[in-house]
Design a binder for this molecule. Structure first.
Ligand code: SF4
Ligand code: SF4
Length: 461
């Protein structure tokens, strides 16, 4: 069997500075703030500067944190509840809010990175309860739930924990009065262009983008989380376990779905997964779903920022399904009409152009499939180097040029058919191999790499 190698079809790789600059601009775009919100009332001084100085950008690190949090919320929320209960907009007394999940009672999802884990959440993270208390007052419910995903960043022991808390508030009227006072104070500051009466935030001013213009040392006081102090908080480990189980079940379901683009890059692995009942191995049953969700959430958050459509530059990005003829599930992101792929790289150095084909072979192959099926000779590869700091180093944009796209198309269309036949007939000899670097650590290599004719893999499940 002649092994197809995508690198033979890459004509050129070019770093595209125009796309790079536009990507950063797009990631930094903030939506216009209208009503005073619950979040504003948790840190009114920051809310003041955000409205008065929208031109001051967040640092790339802060933007990344926000995108990662937003992507995690998106994935987690969809696994936990139905669409109609997610991101529920609520409003009372001209104070607006968006509750993560609101079916019967409000559920707030939080993510945090710290050294170790949380011992006393009410003291360590009062802002969670401050916010939930305000939502409860807006919707007039005296119960809510806080679910927290904790990333323990202790060097050498990256671990994830999930905690859930039942929360009650018996003083909704007091909370609402407190909110009205804070709202008026913020509105007066905005109207009078004078933030001096606003309390200092709880956050670290050294890393705040407004620290050059904010006289935080002269603030009358630091914000007191008076609402959080009214909360009755009880940890609910049973709920945390149920949530983790739900996430695990989803992962198994996700891996057994129909043919996707990546399946064409690893046809043999796809075959084994499709016909076996073997579940993915796991070293740590308690944390595994949180680990993949954290990384996936970050990718999702950045992708959403890059590929969302904005009215400022209509037509720049779109998400289109694969052409119907090929029966592939999933979407193709496009950037000015050309297929585009985002990758969150763990590499510690920016890759030289001459090494791109080798080090990003998977992404380039994905792009080749999309270009071939859409009849394009050029695709875009956007890379964020997760471990690097600074706008210029972190985000890179590359143009990948392909030749002989008709041959590329023939290869992948034939793989779709080969894959279907192999699964149908429980016979893999016709299938091309996956990229060779994957074979050493592959759980199927004992069966897959036996001399041909000796294959007796698994029975259909
Ligand atoms: S510098 Fe400090 S007090 Fe001022 S807005 Fe930023 S976090 Fe708040
Ligand atoms: S051994 Fe290699 S070719 Fe076979 S399934 Fe695993 S990765 Fe694919």
């Amino acid at each position: 069997m002649n092994q197809f190698r995508i690198t033979d079809y890459v004509e050129n790789v070019v770093a595209n500075r125009t796309d790079h600059d536009r990507l950063l601009q797009k990631i930094g775009e903030v939506s216009e703030r209208r009503n005073i919100s619950v979040t504003d009332l948790v840190s009114p001084r920051q809310a003041y500067y955000a409205r008065k100085n929208p031109e001051i950008p967040h640092t790339m690190e802060a933007k990344e944190r926000m995108m990662a949090g937003s992507g995690f919320h998106d994935i987690f929320g969809k696994l936990m509840s139905n669409k109609e209960y997610l991101e529920q907009y609520v409003e009372r007394e001209a104070i607006a809010g968006r509750i993560d999940i609101y079916e019967d009672i409000p559920i707030e999802l939080k993510t945090t990175t710290l050294l170790g884990t949380i011992e006393n959440i009410q003291i360590e993270k009062p802002e969670y309860f401050e916010q939930l208390g305000m939502y409860c007052a807006i919707i007039e419910k005296n119960k809510g739930i806080v679910i927290v995903k904790i990333t323990d960043s202790t060097p050498g022991s990256s671990q994830y924990f999930l905690k859930a808390y039942d929360v009650t508030f018996d003083n909704l009227d007091d909370i609402l009065n407190d909110m009205k006072i804070r709202r008026n104070q913020l509105q007066d500051a905005l109207d009078g262009d004078d933030p001096s009466s606003l309390p200092k935030c709880k956050w670290n001013c050294d890393t705040c983008q407004y620290n050059m213009i904010c006289d935080y040392n002269d603030a009358p006081t630091e914000i007191e989380f008076t609402i959080a102090k009214l909360a009755g908080v009880t940890e609910n480990p049973t709920l945390a376990s149920e949530v983790l189980e739900k996430l695990r079940t989803y992962e198994k379901r996700k891996q057994s779905s129909s043919i996707r683009q990546n399946d064409l890059i690893t046809p043999r692995k796809t075959y084994f997964k499709a016909i076996s009942e073997i579940e993915p191995s796991s070293d740590n049953q308690n944390t595994e779903p949180l680990e993949w969700m954290t990384r996936w959430g970050k990718v999702r958050g950045i992708e959403q920022a890059i590929f969302r459509r904005t009215s400022k530059k209509p037509g720049e990005s779109a998400n289109i399904p694969f052409p119907e003829d090929y029966e592939l599930t999933g979407y193709i992101h496009t950037w000015n009409g050309e297929p585009a792929i985002f990758n969150l790289s763990k590499l510690t150095n920016i890759v030289e152009l001459k090494d791109m084909k080798r080090l990003f072979s998977w992404q380039i192959e994905s792009l080749a499939i999309q270009c071939a099926l859409l009849g394009r000779t050029r695709g875009k590869l956007f890379v964020s180097y997760d471990k690097l700091q600074g706008d210029l180093a972190k985000m890179r944009a590359y143009d990948i040029y392909f030749k002989d796209i008709e041959k590329i198309k023939l290869e992948y269309v034939s793989r779709i058919n080969q894959l279907k036949r192999a699964i149908e007939n429980n016979e893999l000899s016709e299938l091309p191999y996956c990229p060779t670097w994957m074979c050493t650590r592959c759980e199927y290599n004992g069966t897959c790499l036996k001399p041909s004719g000796a294959l007796k893999p698994f029975k259909k499940g």
